[in-house]
Design a protein around this ligand. Sequence first.
Ligand SMILES: NC(=O)C1=CN([C@@H]2O[C@H](COP(=O)(O)OP(=O)(O)OC[C@H]3O[C@@H](n4cnc5c(N)ncnc54)[C@H](O)[C@@H]3O)[C@@H](O)[C@H]2O)[C@@H](O)CC1
Ligand SMILES: [K+]
Length: 501
Amino acid sequence: MTKETVWIEGGVDLLTPQDMARADALAVERGVSSLTLMEAAGRAVADAARRLVPPGSRVAVLCGPGNNGGDGFVAARYLKRASYDVRLFLHGEVSQLKGDAAEMARRFDGPVRPLDPFQLESLHLVIDALFGAGLTRPLDGRAAEAVAAVVEAGTPVLAVDVPSGLDGETGAVAGPVFRAVETVTFFRAKPGHMLYPGRGYCGTVRVADIGIPRAVLGEIGSATFLNAPPLWREAYRWPSANGHKYTRGHALVVSGPAEATGAARLGARGALRAGAGLVTVASPLDAVGVNAMHLTAIMLRPFEAPEGLASLLEDTRKNAVLLGPGAGLGEATRRLVEAALRSPAAVVLDADALTSFAGDLSRLKDAMALRRAPVVLTPHDGEFERLFGHVPGSRLVRARHAADESGAIVLLKGADTVIAEPGGRAAITANAPPWLATAGAGDVLGGFVTGLLAQGMSAFEATAAAAWLHGEAARDFGPGLIAEDLPDRLPRVLSRLYGEA
Ligand SMILES: NC(=O)C1=CN([C@@H]2O[C@H](COP(=O)(O)OP(=O)(O)OC[C@H]3O[C@@H](n4cnc5c(N)ncnc54)[C@H](O)[C@@H]3O)[C@@H](O)[C@H]2O)[C@@H](O)CC1
Ligand SMILES: [K+]
């Protein structure tokens, strides 16, 4: 092997298959030949395969009729040279191959066999180079049979670009699809690698540098990002040596009535751990007693009715409000939301604050209409549907739709939480472990967002950072997590982040 593949880490731009075609074209315009790109892509696949199985292993390379197949021919050539027992199967005819793929087929000096599912037995690895960015319809015929045969044999799969059958733009799976242990993609990952169900089929996603200049990203102007620290690190507000608690904002978390106060306290603790200088729980009169019993570093202020909340918010140092966890459904909550939205504070609406506007989004929009400070809506799927109705498509599509429709930043919760702002910028969160789906975790997330907003972090970045920190705190804790653990794990995550900054 001549050159070693350079793996790209920390690139947060996600490119759709169309964006990738553009990147490819722009690279070619800048003088990089497309054959060189394909050579590097195939070599990266071979390098990844060499990490999975030792020389001498029996490796099947399944090549499709397009450039994904071209990458397969290159990988097969490198692996053959590195003493692997390579068997190449082509879905289609060599004579039908075009352009770079045809050239790479010429450069492969081994037998080309027709794709026959019955030959896919006793293999150590399958390299899936059937279809990548060019997938236009579900797999059928021999390709579908190959998927079934590989699943049946239980052979590990290394996917080239995307597992064949997976839509790289949306993560949708409309028919048979390979389930890979690892996926090697090029230049930048795609939304379909990060969105479910797609993410579940990709295994470990590794991104290879194939020589596309980074500068083409500016020209492509993708608005979809992976939610990771490079996306928001510069907007993060670390405490300064000469700062004090009053320069770190004051978050107000509105408690529900006496029988539902825990959710607000979880949110409040989240806001405090996320670094808000001061946190106050605003409590209905009947809940003051129970809240007082459980709060120490967090302050407590009673309020009565929307007027009471409004007068608490007349103190403009209270610059971020969380409303909804445990709030209860109905007109009383709607009026509290309207009172909060009339204040100059940033407002985070979660849970009952969202569901209270079910079927009446226009009333919520009216209340947001004249405000300048940000509004962040943090629905899970049920709350989303009650507020925005049924929106088809991936979580990315739905969150974008809701952000444009409402004019607010929308954080749509799930295993692949998406944050979208009006105008289309969006981030997909990919670090949440399964045990994060636990009662009260959403209340803490609302608190993290509110705490970061209180510190004056820009709203999209604050919301994205909160979601990432939330996932990271859960990963750091591990299985057995309950919501109470999340705020208290945050310091460990923050010190790592601080160390990197
Ligand atoms: N764009 C780039 O920058 C680079 C792309 N490369 C590779 O090129 C790939 C894209 O190549 P192509 O655009 O040729 O696309 P594919 O190789 O994914 O597919 C090609 C052909 O398959 C047909 N097809 C689509 N779905 C089908 C189905 N379900 N059943 C049967 N036929 C189907 C299409 O009509 C098309 O002719 C990428 O995934 C990547 O692997 C790499 O070589 C490196 C550079
Ligand atoms: K593939």
